[in-house]
Design a protein around this ligand. Structure first.
Ligand code: TA6
Length: 260
């Protein structure tokens, strides 16, 4: 792994890997905000389990067996600007991305650390054809008591399980059993409650949410193992019905703000 970029503010700190422009860990008000697996891969080009990987230009499995969650998390991004509490990264199409997704694009991610950790993502269609994509900021939150954690803000939203069953969510989500649920259309703020602690997951122009922790099944996953009770993923982005379509030259902007 290359030396990560460090951000600091009076409220906390964050470390960002150039691979994927992926925040690896972050601390706010003296407490860990994000979880990085102690077993995370350090092999260049391999997905790093934890922090905030970016899934793009598709979310989840690809129908033709291309890499799950796209390629953005495995690419080396360019650092364009760095200040103590802010860094700007860019990813442009290249031979490898075009071999998986044959379009010209530019992504820019600004990560700001003040009293919150903020992600501002821009995707620009630089192709001569329209493009369609989905994406997610796949945040792994560090939790102390997983089975009593609650995710609030999804009451009444259509919930899709991996098995493609859809039902309206009723009330808050209690993380007392394994979960892999997508909410393609779920605008509005989310709250992750872990005991006394409340993590606010606010988003703008990111209509979708995903909640994931595989439970004990993760013990056979090489880079999670017995560490699965340490996190829950609560993700924001635009997937499924909220996927983004851009004409040549058009841009999409979306933001996520994490605070506690
Ligand atoms: O966001 C939930 C999910 O799509 C799950 O289905 C699970 O597979 C997870 O992401 C992790 O995916 P990864 O490709 O990083 O193993």
């Amino acid at each position: 792994m290359m030396t990560p970029i460090e951000l600091v503010s009076t409220h906390g700190s964050a470390r960002i890997n150039l691979q994927g422009a992926q925040v690896l860990n972050a601390e706010l008000h003296g407490k860990p905000l994000l979880w990085l697996s102690p077993l995370a891969s350090t092999e260049p080009g391999k997905a790093v389990r934890g922090g905030v990987p970016i899934c793009f230009p598709w979310f989840g499995k690809h129908p033709d067996g291309l890499p799950a969650h796209g390629f953005a998390r495995n690419q080396i991004w360019t650092l364009c600007e760095q200040q103590p509490g802010r860094a700007v990264f860019e990813l442009n199409d290249n031979a490898e991305t075009r071999s998986l997704w044959p379009f010209a694009f530019r992504m820019e991610l600004t990560i700001t650390l003040d009293s919150a950790l903020q992600f501002d993502l821009l995707v620009e269609n630089r192709d001569t054809r329209p493009i369609s994509f989905s994406y997610a900021l796949h945040s792994y939150f560090a939790v102390t008591d997983l089975h009593r954690c609650l995710v609030e803000g999804l009451d009444g939203r259509l919930r899709r399980e991996v098995a493609h069953v859809t039902t309206p969510q009723q009330g808050a989500i209690l993380l007392d059993k394994p979960i892999d649920a997508s909410f393609e259309s779920a605008e509005g703020p989310l709250l992750l409650r872990d005991g006394e602690r409340c993590i606010h997951i606010d988003a703008s122009h990111m209509r979708s949410a995903v909640v994931w922790n595989p439970g004990a099944a993760a013990e056979s996953v090489a880079d999670i193992g017995a560490h699965w009770p340490g996190y829950v993923c609560v993700e924001r982005g635009n997937i499924g019905v909220a996927s983004i379509h851009l004409a040549p030259g058009e841009m999409h902007r979306g933001s996520m703000r994490l605070s506690s």
